[in-house]
Design a protein. Sequence first.
Length: 308
Amino acid sequence: MTQFEQQIEGVVDQIMEDYRHGRDIDQMDIFRHPDKDVVVELLGKLRRIIFPGYFRDKNYHIYNAKHNLSMLIEDVMFNLTRQITLVLQGDGMDSAAAEQQAQAMCLAFFQRIPQVRAMVQTDLQAAYDGDPAATGMDEIIYSYPGLFAITVYRLAHVLYELKVPMLPRMMTEHAHSVTGIDIHPGATIGKYFFIDHGTGIVVGETTIIGENVKVYQGVTLGALSTRGGQSLRGVRRHPTIEDNVTIYAGASILGGETVIGRGCVIGSNAFITRSIAPGTTVSIKNQELQFKTRVAPEQLTIISKDPE
């Protein structure tokens, strides 16, 4: 053995010894953790189910569509059940109970696929109606990062509602890594949701978004402060965006008590920490916030000009 080989062996021994500290990062039981690559692969197959004519297998033929769909669903259900079983075991459930619950969760998930597809159709229509640059539905499905991120969110949100641990977040974080759009699977988002451009958008866990909402790049729907850490789990921390609201690039809307009323238009780079009355247009001119509204000014709860 050469001196260099001995040095490498010494490094291996040193790192193996470091693994013995018993910290969170030292866990080595690979059979009790989900496989991220499998989860990403499952998303690709679920996308084929959502858009059957766009991302189909090369061997797919229309005359045996039912047979191919049956095989695809069986494949996804088997592997998704396995991944759910792993995360349930990781939460302390015994293997038999985890597998049984995972099967029930997986079945419930697939029973809601038609509802997911119906929502995605509205998102597709919103993208087409809202973007004059769109040449057709095909272009949006194949190339718009916003629709991809929303579709992944719609799927992950069902698993989140079924109380599947970890996997929903893994799914939306994959979409985040691909598109730059960060939508927590716990957010509640209504029909006809359109993300234009999308890069840098953040939608927090307890955000509520109504119908026909349009959001541009760099928008944050976030919490006012995270100083409370884990003590804030389950507490409303993120804003409510009512129907028919448009939020332009770079705007930040923060806080669990913040409500953006129906029909509002939020201008670029606005920083909002309190509720805005319905029908209000918020814009920034010379670093001062300007409001145009059909409601008397004294009825408004005005936002702070600068983050503090």
